[in-house]
Design a binder for this molecule. Structure first.
Ligand code: PMV
Length: 306
């Protein structure tokens, strides 16, 4: 039996959007993601991808294909120089698609890994990064690479476009609460919105503040100061909202988390819907999840940086 290839989902604790402009982001892989196996298609035909849990079934055609995932699959196969073999990639996912939890990068990494297994080629990290990045650029335009770095490497760390992922070892793993707002996220549109709001300039004070909050929050986390990390997250949510990427629902869910005792809560990922993340004292976790549930959102607790 062929082993499954995995791409991890991720959660950004601080620095989304600013990371596109070269500022640091504090982010971690989730303990779940997308798994993939490449099997020969007995009836022949073009390269296919099936992820039943996402209701997804596409074939890799050309880069002009209608379906974005079909284009992404074509880009990955092309970048690996594989053509269109009679192979079906069968996937499973433990994260929702388009929710700000890095599903597209997790899928791209899992697809690249599974195709390399099928082609009996080495699992070279640089190759996987390059081909997954090609898919992300196709889907989202201006991607920083943070999602791909975590989908591939797992763990927790500070990502910079110029330096990649610097792993951080925590004395204590970090428990966070993650919820999905049930509004679909819109990564490419939100990246465009931030570009408009900032004239796509790294000098914008809000981007600089988001970068500085990553530094403050990372120092707090490294020192075991969860209240300090939470304060940085709360401020980051406000700044992201002024950039136009929050929604009334995300604001309400963050407010509910804080009222239930969380140190901090913010949207995570591109925003415009999608997911949120909170840090809370252990004894407040149940109250935070209940407050989200009261707003129709099922959240989960996950442990980062183990
Ligand atoms: O929505 P997601 O999970 O794709 O996160 C995107 C994070 C951004 O900073 C908005 C974009 C990027 O590529 O860094």
């Amino acid at each position: 039996m062929t082993a499954k290839s995995i791409g991890w989902g991720k959660v950004i604790l601080l620095g989304e959007h600013a990371v596109v402009y070269g500022y640091p982001a504090l982010a971690a892989a989730l303990d779940r993601g997308v798994t993939m196996v490449a099997v020969p298609t007995p009836a022949g035909g073009p390269l296919r991808l099936d992820v039943p849990v996402w209701d997804l079934a596409v074939t890799a055609g050309t880069l002009d294909d209608h379906h974005p995932v079909g284009r992404s699959l074509a880009a990955i196969a092309d970048a690996l120089g594989l053509g269109r073999p009679a192979v079906t990639l069968v996937g499973d996912a433990q994260i929702p698609p388009g929710a700000g939890l890095g599903s597209s990068a997790a899928m791209a990494v899992a697809v690249a890994r599974a195709l390399l297994v099928w082609a009996k080629r080495p699992q070279d990290a640089a190759t996987i990064t390059e081909v997954a990045a090609a898919s992300e650029t196709l889907l989202h335009g201006r991607a920083s690479g943070v999602d791909v770095a975590l989908a591939l490497a797992g763990g927790l760390g500070v990502f910079r476009k110029s330096a990649g992922l610097r792993r951080l070892t925590l004395a204590q793993p970090l428990r966070v609460l993650v919820g999905s707002s049930a509004e679909p996220g819109a990564t490419a549109a939100m990246i465009d919105r931030v570009a408009e709001a900032t004239a796509a300039s790294r000098d914008d004070a809000r981007l600089a503040e988001l970068g500085a909050l990553t530094d403050t929050g990372t120092a707090a986390l490294a020192g075991g100061d969860l209240a300090g990390l939470g304060a940085a997250m709360n401020r980051a949510h406000t700044v992201l909202a002024t950039l136009g990427v929050s929604t009334p629902k995300l604001d309400a869910l963050c407010g509910a988390a804080r009222a239930a005792g969380a140190h901090g809560a913010k949207l995570t990922g591109a925003g415009g819907g999608g997911a949120l993340v909170a840090v809370a004292p252990r004894e407040a976790e149940a109250a935070v999840l209940a407050a989200w549930k009261a707003q129709g959102v099922t959240g989960f607790v996950t442990v980062l940086g183990r």
